[in-house]
Write a protein that binds this ligand. Structure first.
Ligand code: ADP
Ligand code: MG
Ligand code: MG
Length: 931
């Protein structure tokens, strides 16, 4: 196609259309309305029955709001929107304008001409327009804006005469050729920029602002040469052709690579299409009483109610973001243009009230007159989100329910953990991504084992990131001393993840790309090498790992806005929020965060404490009953102390204590470790010099041999399905009795102190009601005994975890014995799917999710159709037997917003989660209630 003939055709067509219009003939019958003037937003609204969401769908976000602002009486340069339907029709027809579209476009141009008194292609008073894309959702990747459409050689001459400012006009012209060339025709922008740089050098000036009219004229000339060379066409000289080509380019950009990729990543549908906005140009570059800028109606980082933004005197829109000139803070306008600033403040407020949200606005001042070019809900930090929501309630702009709904549960994290500074992250080097198992930021030096981590942190006051392939119980001291934890293996419920969450340590686990070489004390990611002692920054909130030290921002749970918002959330939610806490200090934190009870205290965690482990091992290794009894008796005062401390912290609230759960061999060193250590010891024997040394070594060998023997005896082919939970408690009734005794002695002890205790004793892993009968008998006898000894009765509840499908399916029988249920959804998910979470999460589950076999990780969010169904059945059956049955959930899912919504729907009484998830759960429970 030759540009010339095309131009001629367009010109003719434009005139022909004008003619028919004057003769009273309209456009082709039945063509849908593809074009809406900004002043016609109400018609669009009528068409879609008043739904603003659909107006945005039709006109795009930018177009809908331009129309909306026009209706509100905000000064907006006149213009019109070509609908997303037109875009879809254009693309469907193989990239040709659908019938009627061009005519409607011309009509609309005619309307703007009438409104502005300017005319397209009229040198004496030309209309210039911008062409702007605008989809329903703001989308990077869509076509950039083209400004100053409507200029050509004749128009330029006329405009110079009229304005007397040749520099201004040539600057506009070169911008048009440059933007049109790069945006519509894909000429590389660097080529244009190189010309400007050369021109500056030639003119001997440092900035664009110093270039003269003739400089810009020469630049424009060069730009046209470049355009011709790269495209094989002349730069289009008629405004209609410029407009048509620009509109088509916007349509086409909807299917561009960048836009498609973005939509895939953001989960935006591909069939929405984009709208195109054509708008009269206003000029911020007409001298020193002109300006252009962007501003937020409130501070986007802190939420403070003050206008915040940047602007430039004597500039056009894109200069502000392009960063070629240093911008000024928007408050400066207060001095230089007080009236304009006051008007802007008024408009900002009006828009906030209208949209009930903080606004992000673009404006231009043309020779002292203010124009708004865009408004949309502003992006903001979590901190600002909370503050703005609360302030807006207090200003009467939104309701408490709206405020609560507006803040996402994950945003609460900001107030609980340090976070990486958003600005600093932008320039940081990201090296890997893994599972985001424990939120917050951690910055420190890499240490490859627990002892090094602890020594560096405790003795040398260094900040440490502990890096391991995976972690084990004897790594805990290092994990506690570290700022954050990074592992190359393991999933969401791996040891590292559980411990990290429990102690609020940021952690990224399962980073498969990490090759850790413990021998050489270094790790590699691709061809990058990181040595022990090098700095890393972890973002546990998103699961990313960065090189070096990135600045962090400090958390502030006592933020008054946050507390107020959570208080409102509590007014709406009907679901209780309890905590999983094993230690008094965790319980104290949980209460601070608003926990209403302890939903799970894992007693075996108390057994793992370093100085208790030998006693526990003695109990397991005992050859004679009295030896075992002795060990168990030694554990009694310790457990009693633990429980008493927990009861004191939770004064007046329920505390659910779960009797011992894991299989015994977990308390002994691992089989493989023992074998290796024994081999080593035997080799070493040859090198000893004194009998004493040999004796010590022999004793150690004997002990390890005993351990090994016991480990082998206790070894099970499938420990996950072996002697755990209630099965263990039934076999070791002595242990059950000791734990029960500890609970009741503690309860009585603290009752005497004036503490109100509400113990609930929970049996793990029940599958059959008869198991509960056995445990109930043991428990009742021991409880009675203690209460008689102490001459005091303590009310208590007896209940069970539901974590085996059989238990869920026979919940009616189980509820005859159990006074409460607690869903152990980690195990329930494992046993329902028949998969082991530790193996799955770092193994096939990853591929399952990649291939879409499972859309979500069932260990992160409850599988509603399967596991959720079992929970529903158990709840219904259980309450048939016992209407007042208390039902909660204590799996990891208890802190996951989606799972919380499910628990709300199923009618559970409470969710229980780790202390650090409590505020998130409170908010998520409110969202569920408000949904
Ligand atoms: P983006 O989505 O990239 O912000 P916009 O379409 O909003 O793209 O426009 C880019 C810049 O051009 C903005 O600063 C905008 O205010 C400015 N702009 C767009 N249309 C006009 C116009 N008609 N008059 C003056 N400036 C405009
Ligand atoms: Mg914009
Ligand atoms: Mg379990």
């Amino acid at each position: 196609m030759s540009t010339l003939s095309n131009t001629a055709v367009l010109q003719e067509l434009a005139e022909a259309v004008r003619e028919t219009k004057h003769n009273g003939h309209g456009q082709p019958a039945n063509a849908p309305k593809y074009v809406y003037l900004f002043s016609e937003v109400e018609q669009a609204e009528e068409l879609v029955n008043g739904s603003w969401d659909s107006v945005r769908g039709l006109l795009g976000g930018k177009g809908a709001n331009l129309g909306d602002m026009t209706r509100l009486g905000v000064p907006v340069p006149p213009g019109f929107t070509v609908t997303t339907e037109a875009c879809n029709a254009y693309l469907a027809a193989g990239e040709t304008f659908p019938a009627g579209l061009f005519e409607q476009l011309l009509d609309a141009v005619g309307e703007i001409e009438a409104q502005t008194g300017k005319k397209f292609a009229d040198p004496s008073n030309p209309l210039l327009v911008s062409c702007r894309s605008g989809a329903k959702f703001s989308m990077p990747g869509m076509m950039d804006t083209i400004l100053n459409i409507g200029l050509n050689d004749e128009v330029v001459v006329g405009m110079i005469e009229r304005t007397g400012d040749a520099r201004f006009v040539y600057d506009l012209y070169r911008r048009l050729v440059q933007m049109f060339g790069s945006v519509v025709m894909n000429v590389p922008d660097e080529v244009f920029e190189a010309v400007i740089t050369t021109q500056r050098k030639q003119a001997g000036v440092a900035t664009d602002a110093e270039l003269s009219a003739s400089d810009w004229q020469m630049v424009t000339q060069k730009f046209k040469d470049i355009y011709r060379t790269f495209t094989g066409h002349e730069f289009p000289t008629t405004p209609y052709e410029q407009l048509k080509l620009a509109t088509e380019a916007v349509f086409k950009s909807w299917n561009g690579r960048r836009a498609r990729d973005y939509r895939n990543a953001a989960g935006i549908r591909h069939d929405l299409g984009t709208a195109v906005n054509i708008q009269t140009m206003v000029f911020g570059n007409m001298g020193d009483n002109s300006a252009t800028g962007v501003a937020m109606s409130r501070n986007a980082s802190t939420g403070e109610p003050e206008i915040e933004g940047d602007f430039l005197f004597n500039a056009q829109g894109e200069d502000v973001v392009a960063g070629i000139r240093l911008t000024q803070p928007v408050e400066d306008l207060q001095q230089s243009m007080p009236d304009v600033y006051a008007e802007f403040e008024e408009i900002a407020h009006k828009l906030e009230v209208h949209y009930r949200n903080m606004q992000d606005m673009e404006f231009t001042i043309e020779q002292g007159k203010l124009w708004l070019l865009q408004t949309r809900d502003g992006k903001r930090t979590a901190q600002a989100e909370v503050r703005i929501a609360v302030d807006m309630v207090e200003e009467g702009m939104i309701t408490k329910a709206e405020a609560v709904k507006r803040v996402k549960p994950e945003q609460v994290d900001f107030f609980l953990h340090p976070q990486l500074d958003v600005m600093a992250v932008k320039s940081a080097q990201r090296i890997a991504k893994g599972l985001n198992v424990s939120p917050g930021a951690a910055v420190g030096q890499v240490a490859f084992d627990a002892d090094t981590a602890e020594m560096w942190a405790k003795e040398q006051g260094r900040k440490v990131i502990m890096v391991r392939p995976e972690t084990k119980p004897d790594d805990v001291h290092g994990m506690l001393a570290a700022e954050g934890i990074l592992t190359s293996r393991g999933g969401r419920t791996s040891h590292a993840a559980l411990v990290a969450r429990q102690f609020g340590k940021p952690a990224v686990v399962g980073v498969g790309e990490l090759e850790i070489d413990l021998e050489s004390r270094l790790m590699t990611v691709g061809d990058m090498v990181i040595k022990e002692g090098d700095y890393l920054s972890l973002d546990g909130t998103h699961g990313t790992v960065y090189m070096g030290q990135i600045a962090t921002v400090v958390p502030d749970f006592n933020n008054p806005y946050m507390l107020k918002l959570l208080g409102w959330a509590d007014e709406f939610r009907t679901l209780g929020v309890w905590a999983n806490a094993d230690y008094p200090q965790d319980a104290a934190r949980a209460r601070e965060y608003g926990a209403e009870g302890i939903g799970l205290c894992r007693t075996e965690h108390m057994f793992f404490e370093t100085h208790r482990l030998p006693i526990v091992q003695k109990m397991i290794m005992a050859k004679y009953p009295n030896e075992r009894t002795q060990a168990i008796n030694d554990l009694l005062p310790m457990q009693r102390g633990d429980f008493a401390a927990l009861f004191r912290v939770m004064n007046g609230r329920s505390v659910i204590i779960r009797l011992i759960d894991p299989p015994l061999h977990e308390f002994l060193p691992s089989h493989d470790d023992l074998v290796r250590e024994l081999d080593d010891l035997k080799v070493q024997l040859q090198h000893f010099h004194t009998i004493k040394e040999i004796d010590v070594a022999l004793a150690e060998i004997r002990q390890k041999q005993d351990y090994l023997e016991r480990v082998v005896a206790l070894r099970e082919a499938n420990p996950m399905l072996g002697t755990r939970g209630v099965r263990l408690g039934i076999l070791l009734s002595e242990l059950t009795r000791m734990q029960v005794r500890a609970i009741f002695e503690a309860a009585i002890e603290v009752t005497r102190e004036g503490v109100i205790v509400k113990p609930e004793i929970m049996i793990p892993l029940t599958a059959h009601v008869n198991e509960l009968h056995v445990q109930q008998t043991t428990l009742e006898a021991e409880a009675k005994l203690v209460m008689e000894e102490q001459n005091m009765t303590v009310p208590y509840k007896f209940g069970t975890m539901i974590e085996i499908p059989r238990a869920a399916l026979t919940a009616d029988e189980i509820a005859e014995v159990a006074q409460f249920f607690s869903f152990g959804t980690n195990d329930l998910t494992q046993t329902t799917f028949g998969i082991s979470r530790d193996d799955a999460e770092s193994g096939f589950l990853v591929e399952y999710q990649q291939r879409g076999i499972l859309t979500e990780n069932p260990f992160a969010t409850i599988d509603a159709k399967g596991v959720g169904k079992l929970m529903g059945i158990a709840t219904e059956l259980g309450r048939q037997t016992r209407p007042d049955l208390e039902i909660g959930i204590c799996g990891e899912h208890g802190g996951d917003p989606k799972s919380i919504a499910l628990c709300h729907k199923l009618g559970l009484n409470y969710v229980s989660c780790s202390p650090f998830r409590i505020p998130i759960a409170r908010l998520a429970a409110a969202h569920a209630a408000l949904a």
